[in-house]
Design a protein around this ligand. Structure first.
Ligand SMILES: [Zn+2]
Length: 210
């Protein structure tokens, strides 16, 4: 059998488009389900398997996604919590980037596609060490707490979704204190290796007109 006949047939991603798989506002490829209805988000999350963009609930399209991006900076820069990061890959539903109220979950590639719609090109990307470590640390803690982003919220640097019951919130507070240092000891090598492979948790991007 020759090489051509043994290779699996190539199915274009567009073939999966339909009501359940609306087009990605950044690149136009169909979106697929990623997370079920997470309590702190209030809607299921879809993701684009081409550019990596994540969307909580529905999208009104490219203009809305660009407006959401601009709110993370201005029309020439943005700081994103990268959905293509190692922290997100290991955290899944516990990823600290899933803050209450989040709608668009950007990746560097999705930003590149979006700003290209207004003739901009990404000129610089820069890993943000401190914030990245905080996000990875909180992602690890989220795997053992009932609530979400409890520790960073207590430090005043994230929006939390506290657990529903008082005893759960007490356990979360205790766990966050007891596990703070062990989680940090794991977060540092995880985040450093992520940064090494350009998959750090938080990235500053600058873009300009072509
Ligand atoms: Zn996409």
């Amino acid at each position: 059998m020759d090489e051509l006949t043994t290779r699996a047939p190539t199915v274009p991603l567009e073939a999966g488009a339909g009501p359940d798989n609306p087009p990605c506002p950044a690149c136009g490829e169909p979106l697929f389900g990623w997370l079920a209805d997470e309590e702190q988000l209030g809607a299921p999350v879809r993701r684009c398997e081409s550019c990596g963009l994540g969307i909580v609930g529905k999208s009104a399209g490219t203009e809305e996604a660009l407006a959401a991006l601009d709110r993370l900076g201005d029309q020439e820069r943005a700081r994103i919590v990268d959905r293509a990061s190692v922290a997100c890959a290991i955290g899944g539903a516990g990823w600290a980037g899933l803050e209450p109220g989040a709608h668009y979950l950007f990746t560097v590639e999705s930003v590149r596609r979006l700003v290209a719609r207004r003739d901009q090109v990404v000129r610089r990307r820069r890993w943000v060490p401190g914030r990245s470590l905080a996000i990875t640390w909180q992602t690890l803690l989220n795997s053992v707490t009932f609530g979400h982003n409890v520790a960073l919220a207590a430090l005043g640097s994230a929006a939390a979704a506290p657990a529903g019951k008082r005893w759960q919130r007490r356990i979360d507070a205790l766990a966050s204190i007891v596990l703070a240092i062990p989680a940090a000891l794991v977060a540092v090598p995880v985040e450093l290796s992520g940064a090494l492979f350009r998959r750090g948790a938080v990235v500053d991007l600058r873009y300009e007109l072509l």
